[in-house]
Design a protein around this ligand. Structure first.
Ligand SMILES: NC(=O)c1ccc[n+]([C@@H]2O[C@H](COP(=O)([O-])OP(=O)(O)OC[C@H]3O[C@@H](n4cnc5c(N)ncnc54)[C@H](OP(=O)(O)O)[C@@H]3O)[C@@H](O)[C@H]2O)c1
Length: 273
């Protein structure tokens, strides 16, 4: 892919190749990033990444095109301390909470883009939100977008402070949906269904509804109404789920607020470190 020509020439360094780093690397390799152009730094790299032609825990190229930081926020200080001067390199971080200012202190003058992806990236169905610093040119933003498009959709933010709410919504969101599946399956079981059957019904219902909603012309509210017969079964269920005091809306509001607040807190903790 032509988007990756520059990276194939100058190299990409991936620091941290766990769940998120690994998901992104899978997408990039599938879309034409040459394994020999990738230096992976991860002290305990998973066996699946060995013997793939990647440069594993090797010396960094002199002027890599891109440095991608995908370690846990709490590990970021150690990872940054081990980096050489990379002022000519586009720095991309996917770490929750860790602010652009933290990276600007580590890489003065460098173009920096903060990205918040999510784990459906592992199957090319993630969504990433991104925002760059003042040194990030339109070309840097386009390159970041091309990289993240390899694992799903991309949205651009207006302000960095939106990143904490993005983290609380779409970054953490897959876990909420997995828990919805767990809760629906348990509820089906409580109504007498065998566990395996209830789980399959819950899984495929959530997957199918998600697929129906993702590119629908209709609003999700209309899709919901399409399921709901007057005085029928769905209406009875939704009366509980949509209760303004005890239903999903206040629960989800508290859930996303707690995750957003934790992202802010991480930023404050790491800013002090
Ligand atoms: N998972 C998600 O849903 C998600 C979504 C959006 C953003 N993120 C962000 O993505 C980042 C990574 O999360 P993750 O879930 O992928 O974590 P992870 O699976 O633990 O991956 C991080 C990897 O980095 C390695 N590592 C630790 N210290 C390192 C260092 N100094 N240099 C190089 N590698 C190092 C870890 O090795 P050890 O395991 O041996 O420590 C691990 O293999 C986090 O900042 C997180 O906020 C995650």
């Amino acid at each position: 892919m032509s988007d990756f020509n520059q990276i194939n020439r100058r190299g990409l360094v991936l620091v941290g190749c766990g769940r998120m780093g690994g998901a992104m690397l899978t997408g990039w390799l599938a879309r034409g990033l040459e394994p020999g152009a990738v230096t992976v730094l991860d002290p305990r790299l998973a066996p699946e990444w060995q013997d793939r032609g990647l440069r594993v825990n090797a010396a960094l190229p002199e002027r890599p095109a891109v440095l991608v930081l995908a370690v846990k926020p709490q590990m970021m200080g150690d990872a940054l301390a081990a980096m050489p001067d990379l002022s000519d390199t586009l720095v991309i971080s996917v770490a929750a909470g860790t602010t652009i200012a933290t990276f600007e202190a580590a890489f003065p003058g460098a173009p920096i883009v903060r990205v918040m992806p999510n784990t459906p990236a592992a199957i090319g169905q993630g969504i990433s939100a991104m925002i760059g610093n003042g040194a990030a040119t339109p070309a840097h933003l386009d390159l970041t977008e091309a990289l993240m498009r390899a694992v799903g959709r991309v949205v651009r933010l207006d302000r960095e402070d939106q990143m904490d709410a993005v983290t609380g919504l779409s970054g953490s969101g897959p876990a909420y949906v997995f828990h919805l599946i767990e809760a629906m399956a348990a509820a089906g079981e409580a109504q007498g269904l065998p566990a395996a059957l209830a789980l399959e019904l819950a899984r495929v219902t959530v997957a199918g509804a998600g697929a129906l909603a993702v590119d629908a012309d209709e609003d999700p509210a209309v899709l919901r109404q399409n399921v709901t017969s007057p005085n029928g079964t769905t209406a009875a269920g939704l009366a509980v789920l949509m209760d303004a005091d005890t239903g999903l809306p206040p629960l989800m509001a508290r859930t996303v607020a707690a995750a957003t607040e934790r992202a802010k807190e991480l930023g404050r903790e790491l800013g002090r470190a």
